[in-house]
Design a protein around this ligand. Structure first.
Ligand code: SFD
Ligand code: AMP
Length: 642
């Protein structure tokens, strides 16, 4: 096997990931590190300019509270998020992000992001909380500010194309991370006083709808593979909401977003018979009260009503683009010139929505001769993803802000440093922190800033650097490189390198994981349904897969990355299955349905379902944590979210 050199990097704050949360963290950390004479290192598996979920750009900023105009209050946002998540949310965390998010958006604008404005100079809203942007270069703009902050004053270093495999621990304190370059034979050992995990969520844990020729096409970016969850789990951190996956309804086959269509263009979605499931199936919502009566209807329930149509054979569902655009243009029908101008404007907005963030959807439209003003497009529920920053909620259980705790919440939600996990020195933000959904790109950036500031406080107050035994590091290096060695050792024992009795290639490993999750853990082919027996079978099969992970074989650095990506997916999968099994009810139909427990059980399960992997014993612990309120609760008839 080729030789690998090892580079040791010692820093104060280590930021893992280069996405929205990490870029926010970099800006804030640079400021506070400079003031305190500290160093920061940021490590991304890709190139920060185009890494993470925002790589392709976005066409909207989904969280803007509008505090300076008095448009909404922080409590309004908390109510909206709690209702959308069927009552399961950490109000302290959501409020903390909501009170900071507008300033991230104002920074984006200052850094050059074009936000749509109306004739009066006010932001153009897609919906109550969402702003329209010309966002093709969103990530480049945000990354540039992060790089400038870290590099210009010499406080930081940026490492790109380094894949982080796992944590380094000093007893129960996180002491940094270990990973490898995906471009050269080099192991990186990062030693740090505090570590901030911000490596996004996970895709391809479940079998995707697009297989074979379309494999790799998904709503969520294929390069986020559960590294945040596996990192925090391996460190022994308590995790929350691991059952709350996200299933977005998207334009079929190229995953174009629907938000602009539903909110900005006010489009309907109808079934094959022309029926509107949001109208025809309204009575179903009564079964999920009080959340079924909330406005807007929670995302999972909106999904569920459409799924019921599909399960009854009334698919496909269609976004009525032609009808929506016509309706808007019709407002100008008495003035032919204005009508023509509006129709052109709508046509270009419709295309730009995709060109700004899901280019493949525009390509699919072009390739299949779709003109949205003439013809509707199919939509479908995607395969499940783990993205705690969007409408899912999975992530680490983190300490909340001190000033937002009540006498009741303080003992449950606060342990010293905002956004620190239950592991000392390990902070989380964005998709890495749980129970604080609907932060999206802007809120993840704001949460990264919050977490970085808190991590710097931790470093200032905990000056002694943690240490890690060299023998532990040596063992980790051997473990990381093992797939290369296994392949090298056995590659001659086959005529087809993809198939070998002595190793399993990452691709095959991923297929096996996806099949288990799809069939037993409520994937697409199981129509998003599962039960206790199926989940137990999934756990049995996942245990065999974990045994076989020791036989992963990798022919190149690229495959070595693929191997570890899939081990990370396996961690995410196991946490997910265990937590769906633990929560003995169905709370989020439309995300998953426990057919043996087909109802909401607010009496027993209005709680957070948390889990923890104990790195010492190798056992998993499941724990229910109380849902406590920071704000007065609305009465049922006041559940208006927005
Ligand atoms: O509407 C490692 N999101 C949207 N947010 C919006 O505000 N507006 C939209 O219009 C949004 N749309 C949208 C969105 C997401 C996706 C996937 C699509 C469309 C198609 C949500 C946001 O994008 C999301 O909330 C944030 O990006 C979350 O931020 P963060 O930082 O938690 O995750 P990231 O940005 O994906 O970054 C992850 C980083 O980690 C790196 N990484 N680095 C080292 N080692 C490893 N092992 C690593 N594994 C991952 C990544 O490279 C990346 O830098 S809408 O259509 O829904
Ligand atoms: P999406 O494109 O589905 O990710 O949606 C973008 C934003 O619009 C998110 O904040 C969603 O929660 C919200 N959204 C999408 N569809 C609807 C809808 N039908 N009603 C209310 N909010 C929606």
């Amino acid at each position: 096997m080729a030789k690998f050199e090892t580079q040791v990097v010692e820093t104060d704050l280590l930021i893992l990931g280069g996405g929205m949360a990490a870029c926010g963290a970099a800006v804030e950390a640079a400021y506070w590190a400079k003031k305190n004479g500290l160093k920061v290192a940021l490590v991304d598996k890709a190139a920060v300019d185009r890494s993470g979920a925002v790589a392709m750009g976005l066409s909207a900023i989904n969280q803007y509270v509008g505090l300076r105009d008095g448009a909404n209050s922080v409590k309004d946002y908390v109510d909206y998020v709690r209702n959308d998540l069927m009552g399961v949310t950490r109000e302290d965390l959501v409020a903390n992000i909501a009170r900071h998010v507008d300033s991230s958006v104002h920074l984006f604008e200052k850094w050059g992001l074009p936000i749509w404005k109306d004739e009066k100079g006010a932001y153009v809203h897609e919906g109550r909380w969402q702003l329209m942007i010309n966002g093709e270069s969103y990530k480049v703009v945000v990354a540039e500010a992060a790089k400038n902050a870290l590099l210009q004053d010499g406080v930081g270093q940026i490492f790109e194309r380094i894949f982080i495999v796992g944590p380094l621990m000093d007893g129960d304190r996180c002491a940094g991370a270990i990973g490898f370059s995906v471009r050269e034979n080099k192991i990186y050992v990062f030693k740090a006083k505090a570590t901030l995990a911000a490596m996004g969520g996970a895709v391809h844990v479940f079998k995707p709808r697009s297989t074979g020729e379309g494999l790799g096409r998904a709503w969520y970016p294929p390069w986020n593979s559960g590294s945040s969850a596996s990192f925090t789990l391996q460190a022994g951190a308590e995790m929350t909401c691991q059952e709350v996956r996200f299933i977005p309804v998207r334009f079929k086959d190229a995953y174009g977003p629907v938000g602009a269509w539903f909110l900005l263009f006010k489009s309907r979605a109808t079934n094959a018979m022309g029926g509107d499931y949001m109208v025809e199936r309204k009575a179903e919502l009564d079964k999920w009260v009080p959340y079924g009566h909330v406005k807007p209807v929670p995302a999972n329930l909106r999904n569920y009503l459409g799924m019921l149509d599909v399960m009854e054979g009334k698919g496909p569902l269609s976004m009525r683009t032609e009808e929506a655009l016509q309706k808007i243009a019709d407002q100008y029908k008495d003035d032919p010139k204005a009508y023509k101008k509006k129709a052109k404007e709508l046509e270009s907005e419709a295309w730009e929505d995709f060109l700004d963030m899901t280019i493949s959807q525009a390509i699919l439209w072009a390739a299949t001769n779709v003109q949205p003003e003439e013809r509707s497009s199919e939509i479908a529920a995607a395969e499940p993803y783990f993205i705690g920053s969007h409408s899912g909620a999975s992530g680490a259980w983190v300490s909340g802000p001190p000033d937002l705790q009540t006498d009741e919440t303080r003992s449950q939600y606060f342990w010293g440093y905002t956004n620190m996990s239950t592991v000392k020195g390990l902070f989380c933000a964005g998709d890495a922190s749980g129970a604080s959904s609907h932060k999206f790109s802007s809120g993840s950036h704001a949460e990264g800033r919050i977490a970085a500031k808190s991590a710097i406080k931790f470093i200032v107050e905990n000056k002694a650097a943690p240490s890690v035994d060299q023998s532990v590091i040596d063992a980790k290096i051997a473990e990381i490189l093992k797939p290369l060695e296994t392949y090298e050792q056995h590659k001659a024992e086959t005529t087809d390198p993809e198939i070998n009795a002595n190793y399993i290639k990452p691709r095959m490993f991923m297929f096996r994981l996806q099949k288990i999750m799809d069939e037993y853990a409520a994937g697409v082919t199981a129509q998003f349904k599962t039960n206790k027996a199926q989940l137990e079978r999934a756990l049995e099969l996942l245990a065999f897969l974990r045994e076989d992970s020791e036989k992963l074989g990798a022919a190149s650095l690229h495959e070595l990355m693929r191997a570890w990506e899939n081990v990370h997916r396996l961690w995410q999968a196991e946490a997910h299955v265990r937590t769906i099994l633990f929560r003995d009810e169905t709370r989020w139909p439309g995300y998953y349905f426990r057919a043996d427990k087909p109802q909401l059980d607010d009496k027993n399960w209005h709680v957070f379902a948390n889990c923890r992997f104990d790195p010492k014993s190798g056992n998993w612990e499941m724990k229910a944590r109380p849902i406590l309120h920071v704000f007065p609760q609305p009465k049922e008839h006041e559940l208006l979210g927005g």
